[in-house]
Unconditional design. Structure first.
Length: 246
């Protein structure tokens, strides 16, 4: 951790300038953006919530794009915040209607919770989500069938800061955890509803930018891969524990 924090300011600025190329600018070639850049996908669950606008401002300052897995019931309460996510250039994924673990439900109920959320996001933003994350990361055959039917791929994430654990909710701890789990090609699971996570983001983004990372959406990270609806991506996503809080 000390190595990350001792990066000279001049070096950090130079690396930050080199990392400002965006996926859109890379479209001059047929090669996926992340084939030639050091990419990481930051993801935030359970919103849209009270700290969203602060988080979006921080992401904008670092030219970072992220993926937000939103809850249907929260989208219903906060349509304008939901729209702000897409207007800011970020990606929205489906995180079911509420925090109920889908593995406890019958197929019809799974279908309704995911389907209602999918339709509401489309109605609210004009965009149909391509990504799904199950509450708690808990999945079964019913979840696979519904997501396949709706054209969704499952993205549980490859690693997590574990900000869903109340004892971890300290800014310095979550900053260090985010830096510890960061790696090229990782999909980092966090929660925009955890105030300390949002407060940790300026330092996390500053230090990872200095290390040459490009912050991209999950869809950008997966470009060039053949994706099958209902299946889990990235394939190494077993690193996330199937525990969560809402």
């Amino acid at each position: 951790m000390a190595i990350r924090r001792l990066i000279p300011l001049a070096v950090a600025c130079a690396l930050a300038a080199a990392a400002t190329a965006t996926p859109a600018q890379a479209r001059a070639t047929d090669e996926p953006f992340c084939a030639t850049h050091k990419c990481i996908a930051l993801t935030f669950d359970d919103g849209p919530g009270p700290y969203l606008q602060t988080l979006l401002k921080t992401l904008s300052e670092y030219k970072a794009k992220a993926t937000f897995f939103v809850i249907g019931s929260e989208v219903k309460k906060h349509p304008k915040l939901t729209q702000l996510i897409t207007k800011s250039g970020h990606e929205i994924g489906n995180h079911s209607w509420d925090g109920t673990y889908l593995t406890t439900l019958k197929y019809a109920d799974i279908n309704k919770k995911i389907g209602d959320t999918q339709r509401l996001i489309k109605k609210t933003t004009g965009k149909t989500p391509k990504l799904f994350r199950a509450p708690g990361g808990l999945r079964n055959g019913g979840v696979e069938q519904v997501t396949a039917k709706l054209g969704l791929i499952q993205v549980p994430g490859t690693t997590a800061t574990k900000d869903y654990i109340k004892d971890y909710r300290h800014v310095d701890l979550l900053t260090n955890r985010a830096l510890d789990v960061a790696g090229e090609g990782e999909v980092v699971l966090m929660h925009e509803t955890v105030k300390q996570t949002v407060q940790s983001m300026p330092e996390v983004l500053e230090l990872l930018t200095a290390e040459g990372y490009s912050f991209v959406t999950v869809s950008t990270l997966l470009e060039g891969q053949e994706l099958t609806p209902g299946q889990v991506y990235p394939e190494q996503s077993s690193g996330v524990e199937t525990t969560d809080v809402h």
